[in-house]
Each structure stands twice: as C-alpha cells, then as structure tokens.
Design a protein around this ligand. Structure first.
Ligand code: CA
Length: 524
C-alpha cells in the first residue's frame, strides 16, 4: 500500500485515520483531493473538513470530543485538540429497545473436547493445584516442577500441571462485603472446564481463606467414589487438601512428597479421559483487547465481533468485558439487552464501577495508556467505541458480576476491569475454554489455564511479531481481506485450537501471565 489512504468509520464522521505504515508526510494528497497540512502518524486522525472550535469531533458517528480550537481540513487531530465529553448518566437509558432480527442458526460445526461431569467441556486436560494463600506459592511451584519432570511422562493424555498462584488469602479484610469477589473468583477458577472437575488444594493452615471457606460443601462435583465422604443421596465430595502446617510434615521434602502423592489419583483419572466430538455450542469464549491502537476498532475488533456473531449463531457462549471500555457506550448496551432485567444488571455493574473509581478520585478516563495515545487513540470515548465492536450485534443475554460463573448461552457481559491480567483471570472464573485477545501495540500475553488466541490489528505488528500473533487482522486495512474473511478465519482457528489440533503461539512458547485477583476490599 503506497497511495495515501485514510479509513473513515461512518459517513457522518468528520475525522478519519491514516492507514499507511509509517504515517504520511505533510503535502500527501488522498484520492479525493484532500491534502495533509502536517505529518500524521499511522493510526492517527486527520480532519476531513474544517472543524470550528467547540464543534463535536465525530468518529464511529459518536462525539469522541469537542474541538478546543479551530481545526482545518487536513490537520492532525491529536488528543491535545480534544475536550473529553462527560460520561453519559445512568438514568433514562434505552432499555431493551433494540430487537435485532434473529440470526440464522449456524449448524454443522464441532470440535473435539473433554466432556466434564458437570456438563461443561474442556479444550485442554490440565491438573490444576488450587492454593488458598500466597504463602504456599513457592512450595507449590517446586512441587509442580517435580510432578512435571517425574510423574507427567507416565500420563501422556494430561496436557499440563498448573499451580493456581495468587496474592490473596491472608492479610485481607475477608469479611468485608467486596471480599466475595476475590473468593468466588478463585473458587470458580478451580472449577474451570479445563481442569476436568479434579480439585486438589494446597493450604498453609493458619490463613484467613480456609479451604472450607474457599470451596464449601456442595461446590465440587463427585467425579470418583474415592472422593466421597459418605455414600448415599446426601453424599458430598471431600476436599482433597494438603496442609503444609500439618504435624505430619517433618522437613520440606515431606511436604513435596505429600503434594506429589495427592496429585497421583487426579493424574490417573485425567489421563483416562479422551476427547470426544462435541458441537461448537460448547465453546465458552472470552474476548478482550490490550495494547490497543486506532486500528483495534477498525480491523481486529470488528473481525472478532463478526466471529462473536458466528459463535452466538452456533449456540456457543461469548463474553465481552472491560467496564471502563464499554462505559461510554452504555446506551448502546442497555438498548441491546435481551430483557429489562439484563439492562438493569448492566446499569448495576456500571454504577458499582463508577463508585469504585470515584473512591479512588478518578473516572473512566484513567483507562487510556501512553501507548494507546501513541497509537492514535485520543481518549477513552474513542477507545470504548472501538472496543465494544468485539461484542458483535447479537442481543446481550446475561450479565455476570466480577468472579461469577456463566450459566447461559449466547452473548454475555462479564463485568471486569479492563486490566488485561484481571480481565483474563475473571473470565477464567466465568468458565471460558478459549480466550481471544486483540492488540495493536503488541503484547505477548498468555494464560497457562486456557489457550489465548492473539489477533494483531496491523500487518506491521503481525510481520514483526510473526511468532507471537496468531491471526493478522491488519489485512483488512491493507485491503487484502474483509472483516468477514478474518472473522471466519478466527472461528475456524478456534475450533482447531479447542480440539488440540493446533496450539497458539503463547502455548508454543509457554508464555503465561500471572493470575491477578480483583480484590476491591481492604487489605489489613
Ligand atoms: Ca484489556
């Protein structure tokens, strides 16, 4: 692509972004005769017409800001020229007003997955070791290394062994109302479909988050009679806990031996499992973005949105998240809710987050990063409009509060912070078996617990990070592929990855970010 090219998102927009790699110099002339007055970097906005001081600057047909001074056609419209609009209030929103025509079902697609006792399906077969507190993390990491080296070779059908390390468990106000968010997040991660219903816990002993509080009776499905305390209709699964402070432990090695012994029956049961053909409706996909640029909302996120619609049509579950990145589109989302109850749940989550930010004396504008701005995103409104398109066009069928587990099909709003690590952690708790991550600036993000498919927004990033990015949506801006092409490519790749036939680059290199629990409650 050498001819000067801009991309306008909507016919009413008075700005567009420069598509060319490396940006364009002053004097560059577009096909319609518009001439740039100054250099504009790639992904940054240029004025298509004269915009007088105080007028709305429109992208996605939405005011992303108001001009702080007169802007001439062909000028670079950067963030210092824009005044941020105030956030839409949460009163008088349109409630479930949009009734999209039903989308035709998408039938005939399947993948090979691990069917669990609770009906969920795993895309991987992993032994997860739950920890109640950060104190045990070093010991568990040591034990996991030994299990991988000495036991795992005997169980070829088990993909991996993962210690669920986190910073919660003690030194926290565990009875504060908001503590439930961190606790249920950890509980529901333990029950993620990729762990086969096998629950094994390592505890220190004196911590606030006792194993019975983390996983009360009734939360674990009975997978084997050996786990059952008493036989009968009221039988409950016994929690399999290794407590490091137990008097039986004399010396560090006895702790390691205990953990390895405890792992054996779980590994045996996981190893006996086989993949089976299941419909694509068993996919539970979490989508998010990170390291976004102005192309995120032009290439990768619209392609993900198209794929989201394919998944919904196939009967699957898709979650989008990142509260500060949808806050400015709240009226679109409440309008798209499938019922007034769903719309009210959406408003409840936004109000909770507004109050949470206010406690810290900031608002949703604290979201954008220096990299976002270098990538052409002037502010949170512009970022949000590009972020929401990941949700496609289906009605929103349900809302999850942070850390809750999904129980419905269709498009779900899982309320999470936009922080990549916290969003991924909360989506794991919600029960995803695949994660899709779009990026424009580039991030090597990955999770040990589920495959993470990374989608690049620009060909330049996909070229430089050829062994980190799984899908190149930049071809859309290059004119080499359509949004639909890349959406289908992503959908097909998902089925391959979920089946274990293909690995993502993050899996290939074993790039794993930490679990980061969202704990809005005080620490002590
Ligand atoms: Ca994010």
């Amino acid at each position: 692509m050498t001819d000067p090219l801009y991309i306008r998102m909507h016919g009413n927009d008075n700005v567009a972004i420069v598509a060319n790699d490396g940006g364009l110099p002053a004097g560059a002339i577009f096909a319609d005769g518009l001439r740039l007055c100054e250099r504009v970097p790639q992904g940054h906005k240029l004025a298509l017409v004269n915009i007088p001081k105080g007028a709305a600057v429109l992208r996605y047909n939405v005011p992303i800001g108001y001009a702080l001074k007169d802007i001439s056609a062909g000028n670079w419209v950067h963030e210092r020229l824009l005044q941020l609009p105030s956030a839409r209030g949460l009163d008088n929103l349109p409630i479930a007003t949009v009734k999209p025509a039903p989308m035709p079902p998408l039938v005939g697609y399947s993948f090979e997955g691990y069917r669990n006792v609770d009906g969920s399906v795993g895309s991987r077969n992993i032994l997860a070791i739950t920890t109640t507190v950060q104190c045990v993390a070093g010991v568990v990491a040591f034990a996991v290394k030994r299990i991988k080296e000495e036991l795992l070779p005997r169980f070829p059908n088990v993909d991996d062994v993962v210690g669920l390390e986190h910073s919660y468990g003690c030194g926290v106000a565990i009875d504060a109302p908001d503590a439930i968010i961190a606790i249920r997040t950890l509980r529901n991660i333990t029950l993620n479909p990729n762990f086969g219903g096998e629950v094994m816990v390592v505890s220190l002993g004196c911590e606030k988050l006792q194993p019975e509080r983390l996983l009360p009776p009734g939360t674990i499905q009975i997978v084997d009679e050996r786990n059952v305390a008493d036989v009968g209709v009221n039988a409950d699964a016994m929690l399999d806990v290794v407590c490091l402070q137990s008097e039986n432990h004399v010396g560090f090695m006895s702790m390691i031996d205990s953990i390895m012994q405890a792992a054996l029956p779980h590994l045996q049961r996981l190893n006996a499992r086989r993949r089976e053909t299941v419909p694509a409706s068993e996919l539970v996909v979490g989508v998010q973005c990170g390291g976004s640029d102005a192309f995120s909302g032009v290439t990768a996120n619209p392609a993900v949105g198209f794929c989201t619609d394919l998944l919904v049509r196939a009967g699957a579950t898709v979650m989008f998240s990142e509260t500060t990145e949808v806050r400015d589109g709240i009226d679109q989302l409440t309008a798209r809710a499938s019922s007034p109850e769903v719309a009210q749940a959406m408003i409840r989550e936004m109000a909770w987050y507004d109050a949470y930010l206010q406690k810290g004396q900031v608002d949703r504008s604290a979201n954008t990063t220096p990299g976002n701005k270098q990538g052409g995103l002037s502010n949170i409104v512009e970022k949000a409009m590009g972020s929401i398109v990941k949700s496609g066009s289906a009605p929103i069928n349900g809302v999850l509060a942070p850390g809750e587990k999904v129980r419905q099909k269709g498009l779900i709003y899982a309320a999470t912070p936009a922080s990549d690590f916290i969003c991924g952690t909360l989506q794991l708790a919600a029960g995803i078996n695949l994660h899709v991550f779009t990026t424009g600036r580039g991030t090597p993000y990955g999770l040990a617990e589920v495959p993470v498919i990374k989608v690049a927004t620009r060909t330049d990033l996909a070229r430089r990070w050829h062994d980190l990015m799984d899908i190149n949506a930049g071809r859309i801006a290059d004119g080499d592929a359509t949004i639909e092409d890349v959406g289908w490519e992503l959908f097909t790749f998902m089925l391959e990855v979920a089946s274990g036939r293909k690995k993502t680059w993050a899996e290939h290199w074993k790039l794993h970010n930490a679990l980061v629990l969202f704990n809005p409650a005080p620490v002590t």
